[in-house]
Write a new protein. Structure first.
Length: 246
């Protein structure tokens, strides 16, 4: 093991690892099928608006490689988005935003709150005195959005105001560049890590013992077998180093 890897291992050896996937599927429960009938509905569900293509498979591969627990939401985010706060207007899509208030609250209670509660309970179980938790939320992004090209393989989303997360992201960029020089990695792209999301909410709730990193994996990279293998192997190595699993 290189000196850099040994330093990374010592830096993260006290942390437990939890993986989650908030947009893991595009399942529509039968009770809500009427909301997704008509022209274009199937294509919408199968697009990046309905879920994060490739994210759940990537999360499962990382869980197998690291031995970490994985919690995934597989109902389409077009019903309700578990990665948004309940008060965020974007928690509902155009398909559900106009529903009566009681129906929207029922969606939150059935599909939004349970995932977030399971994640919080898992963190509570994993945390021990002197041992924090590294929560890695696995997502994917479309390589082109509204005419903008996102020409990279991986985004590391974190809160730059939190020194441990900032240091972790910098360390990962360096280690990933050394291990897989062809991978294109960016920090806080294609989104800002401090924007509304599950990791942001948990930072406020749990304080400095919690580290939350969101992985944004390019759907183009995940669709290419060789690029996916290289990307996930490099990430699995970083996760094992951070949590002392080597």
């Amino acid at each position: 093991m290189s000196p850099a890897a040994r330093r990374a291992r010592r830096a993260g050896s006290g942390r437990a690892l939890l993986l989650t996937c908030e947009h893991g599927g595009n399942r529509v429960p039968p009770a809500f099928a009427a909301l997704f009938r008509g022209r274009g509905a199937r294509a919408l569900l199968d697009s990046h608006r309905g879920f994060d293509p490739g994210a759940l498979d990537a999360a499962r591969r990382l869980a197998r490689a690291t031995g970490a627990p994985l919690l995934a939401a597989t109902t389409t985010r077009l019903l309700v988005d578990p990665n948004r706060s309940a008060t965020n207007p974007a928690v509902f899509s155009a398909r559900t935003r106009g529903l009566p208030r009681a129906e929207r609250e029922a969606l939150l209670a059935r599909f939004h709150a349970p995932h977030r509660r399971r994640v919080r309970e898992a963190i509570d179980r994993l945390a021990r005195p002197g041992r924090g938790v590294l929560h890695v939320a696995v997502h994917s992004f479309t390589p082109r959005l509204r005419g903008e090209r996102r020409d990279f393989d991986l985004g590391l989303l974190y809160d730059p105001a939190r020194p441990p997360e900032r240091a972790l992201a910098r360390r990962w960029v360096e280690r990933l560049a050394a291990a897989a020089p062809t991978l294109r990695v960016r920090r806080n792209a294609p989104y800002r890590g401090a924007s509304d999301g599950l990791t942001t909410a948990l930072r406020r709730e749990l304080g400095p013992g919690y580290l939350g990193i969101e992985l944004e994996l390019s759907q183009a990279a995940l669709a290419d077998r060789e690029r996916r293998a290289a990307l996930l192997a490099a990430l699995a190595d970083r996760l094992r180093e951070e949590c002392g699993r080597r």
